[in-house]
Ligand binder design. Structure first.
Ligand code: TA6
Length: 313
C-alpha cells in the first residue's frame, strides 16, 4: 500500500554503512548491518528495542560493533591463534541473491540472506575456502531467527575446524533483577579462572558481579527473566551445544572504550555457541547453527509464565 514501508529494505545506517531493515506486518522489526553480518536491532510490535547496543558503540570498520548480535567465527574468544572472536564480525558481507533452499516454515516471509566468502588476503590469516550463509528472519509473531550455514569449499581436500558463537547482547532493565533459567547444575568453564571447570549450583543464575562462563552441553532452551520489565527472553538453539553467559560489571566496563561505564547494568550476553568440541568439516560438508529468540511478557510472580513451563514446553 502507498506509503507502507517495504518488509525488507536495504538502506544506509550509521556512518553510511549499509544495513537491511526487516519489518513484520504486525509491527516488529530488525536491522542487520552488512558490516559483520551484524544484527543491531530487534524490536517488538510496540516498537520497543530488545537488544542492547552501547551508546558508545563505534560503527567504524574494522572495529566490531559493541552490542546486538556479533558473530564469532571461526574462533570463539581467544580459543586459538586468530584475533579475539575470529574475523567474521570485522568483515563486509554481501547480500546473497541466490541462496540454496533453506527448509523453513513457509509462514516466514520477512528475511534476508547474507553471505561471507574469503578474499585472497584472508587466506594468509586462515588458509581455508568456505561459504558462510546467514539468514536473518522475523516470524509473524515477532521472533528473531538467525540461521548460519557454513560449507567447506576447500579444493585441496583439507578439512577445517572452527568454534562459533552468536554473541547476543540482551537489553535488560536492571542486571541485578535478572535471572537465567535452564543452566542449573551444568558444568561450565570459568573464563575468570583460567577456564577451570566447575558445576553450577541448583538454582536460577542471578548477577551481582562480573561473570564470564561457558556452560557445556546445555538444554536447547534458556530463559532470561527480566523481573522489572516483566519480560522473559526465550533462547532456542540448534547445532550449538554450549552457552556463554557474560557481564563485564563495573571495572571491565570502565576499561572498554566503546562501552559506557554504567552499560553493564542494562545488558546480559547469553550466547548460543559451539566451543568445547570444535566443529570439523571435510570438503563439501556443511554445518548449520540456528537460534530463535522470543520475548514474551511475563509476570513471573503471578505465575502467568513459569520459565520452567517455557523450558519444558
Ligand atoms: O563472550 C564473552 C567474551 O569472550 C568475554 O570474555 C569478553 O571478552 C567478551 O566476550 C567481549 O569480547 P570483545 O572482543 O567483543 O570485547
Amino acid at each position: 500500500m502507498a506509503g507502507e514501508k517495504p518488509s525488507v529494505e536495504l538502506c544506509k545506517g550509521i556512518n553510511g554503512l549499509d544495513k537491511v531493515v526487516l519489518r513484520e506486518a504486525r509491527g516488529s522489526s530488525a536491522e542487520v548491518y552488512l558490516f559483520g553480518g551484524h544484527v543491531t536491532s530487534w524490536k517488538n510490535e510496540h516498537g520497543e528495542e530488545l537488544l542492547f547496543v552501547s551508546s558508545k558503540a563505534m560503527f567504524k570498520p574494522p572495529k566490531a560493533i559493541r552490542g546486538g548480535i556479533p558473530i564469532c567465527f571461526p574462533q570463539f574468544s581467544s580459543h586459538g591463534n586468530l584475533e579475539q572472536h575470529g574475523f567474521a564480525r570485522n568483515k563486509f558481507w554481501s547480500i546473497d541473491t541466490n541462496p540454496p533452499q533453506l527448509p523453513s516454515n513457509s509462514l516466514i516471509k520477512t528475511f534476508v540472506d547474507l553471505i561471507l566468502k574469503p578474499t585472497d588476503d584472508d587466506f594468509k590469516i586462515w588458509p581455508h575456502s568456505y561459504e558462510f550463509r546467514l539468514r536473518v528472519a522475523l516470524t509473524p509473531g515477532g521472533d528473531l531467527m538467525l540461521t548460519s550455514r557454513i560449507r567447506n569449499t576447500n579444493s585441496d581436500g583439507k578439512p577445517f575446524s572452527f568454534t562459533f558463537a552468536y554473541h547476543t547482547y540482551f537489553l535488560v532493565s536492571d542486571i541485578s533483577e535478572v535471572r537465567v533459567e535452564g543452566l542449573e547444575t551444568l558444568d561450565y568453564l570459568d573464563n575468570l579462572k583460567e577456564r577451570e571447570r566447575f558445576t553450577e549450583q541448583g538454582d536460577a543464575i542471578t548477577f551481582e558481579s562480573e561473570v564470564d562462563k561457558i556452560y557445556l552441553s546445555t538444554p536447547t532452551k534458556i530463559a532470561i527473566i527480566d523481573h522489572e520489565k516483566k519480560r522473559t527472553f526465550v533462547l532456542r538453539k540448534d547445532g550449538l551445544p554450549d552457552a556463554v553467559v557474560w557481564n563485564p560489571w563495573d571495572r571491565k566496563a570502565k576499561a572498554m572504550p566503546d562501552f559506557g561505564d554504567d552499560d553493564y547494568k542494562h545488558m546480559l550476553s547469553v550466547e548460543a555457541a559451539a566451543i568445547e568440541k570444535p566443529i570439523i568439516l571435510k570438503p563439501g560438508e556443511e554445518w548449520k547453527g540456528r537460534i530463535e529468540l522470543s520475548a514474551v511478557p511475563s509476570s513471573y510472580c503471578s505465575g502467568q509464565l513459569d520459565p520452567q513451563k517455557v523450558l519444558q514446553g
